[in-house]
Design a protein around this ligand. Structure first.
Ligand SMILES: Cc1cc2nc3c(=O)[nH]c(=O)nc-3n(C[C@H](O)[C@H](O)[C@H](O)COP(=O)(O)OP(=O)(O)OC[C@H]3O[C@@H](n4cnc5c(N)ncnc54)[C@H](O)[C@@H]3O)c2cc1C
Length: 414
């Protein structure tokens, strides 16, 4: 019996278990998933909790429900991988052996990595929405906040869902306007990037949207520390930004056991071939989802598109055949922009987000880099799609590789 061990039963690990269970004979393959918790969170929904659009209980379901028959689930914290012995050690020192290993333990926010951030003001005037608990606490804070200087801040890239801080900003603008208190809230978006977003065309569009909403933009801000007493962000080049309420995205890092196992880079991401997701160091280890170092967005959509190709590659690989389905870094993300509208971006390793229509060229129904109501409904529908189609690994009418059809190329040279 061959053993496939999947570390992490989140978005990527659950999809992999479902897809591969269908492809690998149960008489020849045992599949085991390890995760530290019984609860599966729909993370994109955390964006909506602070504004009362979703309640925390809307986002949680039992992890076991999304794993198929014939897949074992072990609830335990992973301590380390010993690749030389093809085994994984759990926190209680018990061991699980494997023939093939998939690392899918994602990435998580680390406020303690920035001096002063996780100090006395943490969860008082300093909040985050990248954890389920953090989003819930921020919701309580916003509900009783009566205005002042709101600073939305990213410590460093890469972060998962890199558009989420912008979405938070757009939603906050709409929320405070609806509450009749927008004139009592000064908003500043503080980023280590040189613009509102990573790539030039999208950065220009999204920067203009911040300006329209009277949100100040502070770029190239590399935070050195937070002064909790004076309530200020301080950068390495000695700029200071005061806040009444700071909503920060702390440094994101892969799981610590990855570092303890000697499998990660400086942020605990596993170096892989960006086209096949095979570890650069071990020929029986793959990394899927946010856990790898591939140079595209850390997003559920990337996990989904890459998994569609990985599934066939893995089946061929274990039979000794070449992996010919090569991933291009395809990502797409809805960007909720408030007041019932949203944008969509679609890109890959080589092509930046461009305006146009998606998925049907010229027809949409979604609009790329332009606000529309259809995009908002796409985003809201995504929660159902996540639980019912994405996690079970069902077929979706979307191409895994990015297409240039429907994109307006001339926009790049404007
Ligand atoms: C606020 C927010 C908004 C987002 N919005 C979007 C969006 O609109 N669209 C989109 O595509 N993506 C979005 N994302 C990103 C998306 O949720 C992630 O990219 C996706 O979940 C990654 O899947 P993953 O399987 O790699 O990691 P995860 O789904 O995070 O799963 C990792 C699993 O590993 C487990 N684990 C970690 N360490 C250990 C350990 N030591 N021992 C045992 N188990 C462990 C965890 O419990 C977890 O279940 C958003 C994320 C956030 C936080």
């Amino acid at each position: 019996m061959k053993r496939l061990l999947i570390l992490g039963g989140g978005t990527a690990g659950t999809m992999a278990a479902n897809r591969l269970r269908r492809r690998l004979s149960p008489t020849e393959w045992r599949i085991t998933v390890v995760d530290q918790s019984e609860a599966h969170y729909y993370q994109p929904g955390q964006l909506f909790i602070p504004f009362g659009i979703y309640r925390p209980s809307d986002l949680v379901k039992p992890r076991r429900r999304f794993l198929p028959e014939g897949v074992d689930l072990v609830i335990a914290e992973i301590e380390r991988v010993v690749p030389e012995d093809n085994k994984v050690v759990l926190a209680d020192e018990s061991e699980l052996g494997y023939d093939y290993l998939i690392i899918a333990t994602g990435t998580s926010p680390r406020p303690q990595e920035t001096p002063g951030l996780a100090g006395a003001e943490w969860q008082q005037s300093i909040h985050e929405f990248y954890t389920f608990e953090g989003a819930s606490l921020l919701g309580e804070k916003i509900a009783r906040w009566d205005g002042g200087r709101l600073v939305i801040h990213i410590v460093d890239m890469p972060i998962k869902c890199p558009v989420a801080p912008l979405e938070f900003t757009f939603l906050a603008d709409a929320y405070f306007a609806e509450q009749g208190m927008r004139d009592r809230v000064e908003m500043i978006f503080v980023t280590p990037l040189d613009g509102a977003f990573t790539r030039p065309v999208a950065s220009r569009h999204l920067g203009a949207m911040l300006e329209e909403r009277k949100v100040a933009l502070e770029t190239d801000f590399m935070v050195e520390r937070v002064d909790p007493e004076k309530k200020r962000l301080v950068s390495y080049d000695e700029r200071e930004i005061p806040f009444d309420l700071l909503v920060t995205v702390p440094l994101n890092m892969g799981a610590d056991y990855v570092a303890r196992s000697g499998l990660g880079d400086e942020l605990n991401y596993v170096p892989v071939d960006p086209q096949t997701l095979l570890s650069k160091a071990h020929d029986n280890i793959f990394a899927l989802g946010d856990a790898s170092d591939i140079p595209t967005s850390k997003a559920g959509s990337v996990a989904h598109f890459s998994l569609e190709l990985f599934e066939e590659n893995f089946v061929q690989y274990v039979r000794g055949r070449p992996m010919i389905q090569l991933f291009d870094g395809h990502a797409n993300c809805f960007i909720e922009s408030g007041r019932g509208k949203g944008l969509l971006i679609d890109f890959n390793y080589d092509t930046e987000p461009l305006p146009g229509k998606y998925p049907l060229p010229g027809l949409g129904p979604f609009t790329l880099l332009r606000e529309s109501e259809a995009n908002h409904w796409g985003k809201m529908l995504f929660r159902w799609v996540y639980w019912n189609l994405l996690l079970p690994g069902k077929e979706m009418p979307l191409e895994p590789l990015m297409s240039m059809a429907g994109k307006e190329v001339e926009a790049t040279v404007r």
